[in-house]
Design a binder for this molecule. Structure first.
Ligand SMILES: Cc1cc2nc3c(=O)[nH]c(=O)nc-3n(C[C@H](O)[C@H](O)[C@H](O)COP(=O)(O)OP(=O)(O)OC[C@H]3O[C@@H](n4cnc5c(N)ncnc54)[C@H](O)[C@@H]3O)c2cc1C
Length: 410
């Protein structure tokens, strides 16, 4: 077990035990510790660690990082990164559209390897006063009087420890043990899995992220700085199970089957192993129960196509920390503050959920993708609008109107 942060005076009961130190957990811990709460932040990994991801921080994420302070934005900008100014989508039939980010003082997204991005957030949480313990796997929840009151965890030497908390925050990602122990996990189509890798010197990569859709699935790729491109191959779970192929070994052969990607990769220039993750989509029936709440992918993760997960994790952390800080104040009902988290999440994320689901389901239909991409290719203003909305720069309601939806389809 590796520990960083405060070295002495551990409370018997922490104000908050945060499970998972990815963007959602580290940011929740940072904000709670900054507000004066005693916070224990647990992760089964040791940082820096890799995470299967396309590593694009949607443009509005930059504003969240600036708002969080603690020198986070500066630290991200000082680390190796790339800037992406829009997204290109290539439809199964070969038609391509490009949308550029509009409506922001910084009309670009930062693309940063998760090894550095997540480690920056964890270090900031520790500096704010959170007690960070790595290589600790949470296995179960502690219940007391009908509410969650802590976690049971196992350290890398096999030792089991119980950590008590006034609140438990489940920020343990897609396969959240907290959400599963709470019995909240739900699945919905499309069920997809992803394989991701880092490759150097990919031909034709520039300052626009790329999404290539085929009848087999899709590939997202983009620069992350230092001549490295992050590549994610996303396939239907059903096909992966049926084919019994080893997609890690056949990663480049599979990429070559996408017309816009053939010949652009040199397998000898692969600089990080292929990581697999999934299946998605997964979401929790509710994100708060007595004594616990869920944030980030643990609360919901639909599909990576729109690349909004990190922004959602950070926004969710802001909402969670605000409600928990209120709930920790003397005389305030913990139940009321958890209910207010549920409402705040719904208000902030409802539009994004709907759009993300429509797009995620839509790319499963080659004919529909061909049709929409062809329309967007002819209407750059509409393409910019859609890309700016998925970049979280504009509210989802700007696209979710009968007029705009009709223009996308007819
Ligand atoms: C293929 C793919 C591409 C993506 N591309 C993008 C993109 O370009 N842009 C974007 O914004 N989003 C993208 N996403 C989504 C993004 O990766 C997630 O939304 C984001 O990582 C969510 O952060 P999180 O903190 O909720 O979870 P995570 O980042 O998954 O962090 C969870 C943490 O919990 C820890 N943990 C898990 N279980 C336990 C346990 N039992 N005990 C202790 N610790 C535990 C893990 O080690 C991990 O550190 C992509 C996702 C996929 C799958």
């Amino acid at each position: 077990m590796r520990s960083r942060g405060r070295a002495r005076g551990f409370p018997l009961i922490w104000d908050a035990v945060v499970v998972g130190a990815g963007p959602a957990g580290a940011t929740t811990a940072l904000l709670l510790a900054r507000a004066g709460a005693s916070v224990l932040l647990l992760d089964r990994s040791r940082f820096p660690r890799d995470k299967p991801c396309s590593e694009y921080l949607s443009p509005a994420t930059t504003d969240v990082l600036e708002r969080l302070g603690a020198g986070l934005l500066g630290a991200v900008e000082r680390t190796t990164h790339a800037k992406l100014y829009g997204m290109k989508v290539v439809a199964p039939g070969g038609t391509a559209m490009i949308g550029r980010f509009r409506g922001a003082s910084r009309p670009y997204s930062l693309a940063v390897p998760r090894t550095s991005f997540d480690a920056i957030l964890v270090a900031a949480a520790a500096r704010a006063g959170a007690e960070v313990r790595e290589s600790v796997t949470v296995e179960n929840l502690v219940w007391q009087d009908g509410r969650v009151a802590g976690v049971v965890a196992r350290s890398c030497n096999g030792q089991r420890v119980t950590c008590h908390g006034r609140f438990v925050v489940g920020a343990d990602g897609l396969r959240s043990v907290v959400a599963r122990r709470l019995g909240l996990v739900r699945h919905s189509p499309p069920r997809r899995v992803a394989f991701t890798a880092h490759v150097a010197d990919v031909a034709g990569v520039d300052e626009i992220g790329e999404l290539h859709v085929s009848d087999r699935g899709y590939v997202g790729l983009g620069a992350v700085g230092g001549g490295i491109t992050t590549v994610a191959l996303v396939l239907p779970l059903r096909d992966v199970r049926r084919s019994r192929r080893d997609y890690r070994a056949e990663f480049f052969a599979e990429l070559d089957r996408f017309p816009g990607l053939a010949g652009r990769f040199d397998p000898r220039r692969q600089v990080r192993a292929v990581l697999a993750t999934g299946p998605f989509a997964q979401w929790a029936r509710v994100a708060a129960v007595p004594g616990a709440l869920l944030v980030g992918d643990a609360a919901d993760f639909f599909d990576p196509f729109t690349g909004q997960g990190i922004h959602t994790a950070l926004r969710g952390a802001e909402l969670a920390a605000a409600c928990l800080t209120h709930g920790l104040a003397p005389g305030v009902s913990a139940t009321t503050s958890l209910q207010s988290y549920e409402r705040a999440r719904r208000r902030a994320l409802r539009g994004k959920w709907l759009l993300e689901r429509l797009i995620g389901l839509g790319v499963g239909s080659p004919a529909l993708t061909d049709r929409v991409v062809a329309r967007l290719a002819r209407r750059p203003d509409l393409a910019d609008l859609l890309v700016s909305v998925t970049g979280n720069l504009l509210p989802a309601r700007r696209v979710l109107t009968p007029r705009v939806l009709a223009r996308l389809l007819w």
